[in-house]
Design a protein around this ligand. Structure first.
Ligand SMILES: [Zn+2]
Length: 280
């Protein structure tokens, strides 16, 4: 049996809600007598392992797919499952997947337009509520933050929420500043989440282990403090490379994951209006 055929073990978070820690990102799962709902699929190659994990709980009954936003490492399952079930997402996720996606600030990436089968076909603008397996599942849009189509998927009874890439615990986040995202918008959205969520909730971020409101508050503080600090250096006419190199030690560890300190400085400068000041 190859790795691809093995079951991705569901990690139980409540009676009906699970986390599947797939290669490349977190998959949320609500499974039970009504069938299964998945939140995000990071890679096409992971689908067979995810499917095996779902089948171990709700055999042959995968019914709904939700996208937290349009980035490629969250919508990879759309093209594989779009024929078989509704794909639910924010209106802008559908718009983004219909066109080429190019990213040059913070990271470099190009994702060609997806075929129609991969476009979400059940879209909403602000909020929608689903009822499945005794769960009340609230999907809410958080505009112009990590991207322009971020939603949270809140399992109200389970006290679990999947927040996609709004939350990068202990790390600098990627922000899609060229395609409707903004660092300042992200900071506002994180504050909104802190005010909204109960202190006891389990938070599934887009990547990494399950987290909590305490970590979300630390993340918010880091975003506010580093953005203010970068802005001050900018006003003192520091170059972006120098800003990254002199970043205080207490934040350096946040640049050891996907987004480096150099990349974070570039993303903040772009959001502050300095779109022509790259690191090179
Ligand atoms: Zn993303």
């Amino acid at each position: 049996m190859t790795t691809a055929d093995t079951l991705l073990q569901p990690h139980l978070l409540s009676d009906t809600v699970y986390l599947l820690s797939a290669e490349g990102g977190n998959v949320g799962l609500c499974a039970g007598k009504d069938g299964a709902l998945l939140v995000d699929i990071p890679q096409e190659a992971e689908l067979s392992r995810i499917q095996a994990g779902v089948d171990s709980l709700a055999p042959g009954n995968l019914r709904l797919l939700v996208n937290t936003h349009a980035h490629a490492d969250h919508v990879a399952g759309n093209v594989l499952l779009g024929d078989d079930m509704p794909i639910i997402a924010h209106t802008n996720t559908r718009k983004r997947l219909k066109t080429d996606q190019r990213i040059t600030v913070g990271v470099k990436a190009f994702h060609p337009a997806q075929p129609p089968i991969a476009w979400p076909n059940l879209v909403f603008d602000q909020e929608i509520t689903l009822h499945l397996n005794g769960e009340e599942i609230q999907l809410t849009h958080f505009p112009q933050g990590h991207s322009d189509c971020d939603i949270i998927v809140w399992f109200r009874n389970a006290n679990v929420v999947h927040v996609g890439d709004i939350f990068w615990p202990r790390s600098f986040p990627f922000v899609d500043v060229e395609n409707g995202g903004s660092v300042m918008g992200l900071i506002q959205n994180v504050k909104k989440l802190i005010d909204l969520l109960p202190a006891s909730i389990q938070i599934i971020p887009g990547h990494g282990p399950v987290s909590d409101v305490k970590e979300l508050k630390k993340y918010h503080r880091m975003l506010v403090e580093t953005t203010d600090w970068i802005d001050k250096q900018r006003q003192a006419n520091q170059r972006s490379k120098d800003i990254a190199q002199t970043m205080p030690d207490k934040w350096q560890s946040c640049g050891k994951a996907f987004i480096s300190t150099d990349a974070w400085v570039d993303l903040v400068l772009y959001s502050l209006g300095d779109s022509d000041r790259g690191t090179t």
